[in-house]
Design a protein around this ligand. Structure first.
Ligand SMILES: *[C@@H]1O[C@H](CO)[C@@H](O)[C@H](O)[C@H]1NC(C)=O
Ligand SMILES: *[C@@H]1O[C@H](CO)[C@@H](O)[C@H](O)[C@H]1NC(C)=O
Ligand SMILES: *[C@@H]1O[C@H](CO)[C@@H](O)[C@H](O)[C@H]1NC(C)=O
Ligand SMILES: *[C@@H]1O[C@H](CO)[C@@H](O)[C@H](O)[C@H]1NC(C)=O
Length: 388
């Protein structure tokens, strides 16, 4: 009350009642100003939370930062690239095969299903290393950066870049993978790039790689080859490509990003030409098509080892469980079932122990599917199976 009295005393020629009224007005004005400032601060901090989050990521990332004497460019196309999470010692001298899995930040379940099917120790016994390629997703509803950090600490198999997760950003992710191979896994013999919604018969991979006779110091890409694909020019289509993005009438041959086989030499060359090529968001078309064409790469077609239908994989599982019939499919889509990777590998594991018998009828004669699959990111590939 001391201040009040001094205040009154200083204004002694005003009537006490006026001063009281003035004081209470001033008091409410101060309170209101204070409340409004709080609201403004809250509003801006919510606007900037993404920036703050990115700063946190940058701070965190300094522990595991690139060496400063790194002579590789720090740019992926137009972004200043940084690893948010990395394991530089994932590949070792005896690593033969590196499997890069492009995985959406929030697909925690998918990653655990894949780790459940094959632990890193089981993969290491086959001289295989597996890394998941992620971006950042500050607004993801299902998981947080903190949880992904813990996941990375626990499994040591996450490579995360500082670009936001988005369909149109997949090229950053794919290019990050190429760059990572160049920096941290250049002594592997084989590199497999796959998506996290793809099922692969892992135990048959060494046999596939052996049969492919992948060279070590020559450019090489083997996969499901897509030819004569054309850009979709209808604006309503999810896969709409503007003339600005890609101006030719057809794409060069490319392989599906579902699963393809290459080597570190090719990854390094693809990364190097990416530095002087315009960004294009359809990642498999750009990297295994447009960039590969600049390097004169001829693709090796292994579509015979693919199925385009998750139902075929389900038929395989049933045929093994009921009749111990062999399944020759190595790669197929999971059809939205995160556990199919695990279920399929558990089933074919029986056959990999030579406990299965040859089929008398081919799979496509006993398993009926008739459906369109979007394999080439927007270009439907039609494959019909009918009863004979
Ligand atoms: C990196 O990966 C290797 C090989 O899988 C593993 O032994 C090591 O613990 C991982 N490092 C970190 C920091 O997670
Ligand atoms: C792609 O990532 C960049 C860099 O993080 C970001 O600025 C951009 O908004 C992202 N694109 C989309 C479509 O989210
Ligand atoms: C891939 O498919 C071809 C053709 O059907 C077959 O000969 C080969 O054995 C398959 N590879 C593996 C590893 O199953
Ligand atoms: C790609 O560029 C880097 C840096 O200039 C170089 O060290 C590397 O040898 C190049 N890759 C190939 C395969 O030529």
């Amino acid at each position: 009350m001391f201040y009040r009295r001094v205040f009154y005393g200083l204004l002694s020629d005003h009537k006490l009642e006026d001063v009281k009224a003035m004081y209470s007005k001033l008091f409410y004005l101060i309170i209101a100003t204070f409340a409004v400032s709080i609201l403004i601060v809250l509003y801006y901090s919510s606007l900037q939370s993404e920036e703050i989050y990115m700063k946190l990521i940058e701070e965190h990332e300094e522990h595991d930062n690139e060496p400063s004497n790194n002579d590789l460019p720090q740019k992926l196309y137009d972004i200043d690239f940084k690893y948010v999470l990395n394991n530089k010692s994932l590949c070792t001298a005896d690593t033969q095969t590196l499997i890069l899995v492009t995985s959406y930040f929030g697909n925690v379940e998918t990653r655990s299903a894949m780790r459940r099917a094959f632990t890193r120790e089981e993969l290491a016994n086959m001289n295989i290393k597996r890394a998941f390629l992620l971006g950042v997703a500050p607004t993801d509803k299902y998981t947080s950066q903190k949880a992904v950090q813990d996941e990375s600490k626990r499994f040591g198999d996450i490579i995360q870049g500082n670009f936001i997760e988005a369909y149109r950003n997949l090229t950053y992710k794919h290019t990050m993978g190429l760059r990572w191979v160049e920096q941290h896994c250049s002594n592997a013999k084989f590199v497999i790039k796959m998506d996290d919604d793809i099922v692969v018969n892992i135990e048959r991979i060494p046999k596939l790689l052996k049969s492919l006779q992948v060279p070590s110091a020559k450019n090489y890409i083997a996969g499901y080859v897509l030819r004569n694909m054309v850009p979709i020019r209808e604006p309503a289509n999810k896969w709409f490509v503007t003339e600005d993005e890609y101006d030719l009438d057809a794409y060069p041959p490319f392989v599906s990003g579902w699963f393809y086989v290459t080597n570190p030499y090719t990854c390094s060359n693809l990364f190097n030409v990416s530095q002087t090529t315009k960004y294009f968001w359809i990642d498999d078309t750009l990297i295994t098509g447009i960039l590969a064409q600049k390097l004169n790469i001829r693709h090796v077609d292994i579509k015979a080892n693919f199925t385009l239908h998750s139902e075929i994989l389900e038929c395989c599982i049933k045929d093994i469980q009921l009749k111990n019939l062999r399944c020759d499919i190595l790669v197929g889509p999971n059809g939205g079932n995160n556990n199919l990777f695990y279920e399929f590998n558990t089933a074919v594991g029986i056959c990999n122990l030579n406990l299965c018998s040859e089929r008398t009828l081919p799979l496509d004669k006993t398993c009926i599917v008739e459906r369109k699959e979007v394999l080439g990111r927007g270009n439907p590939v039609i494959e019909n199976y009918k009863l004979s």
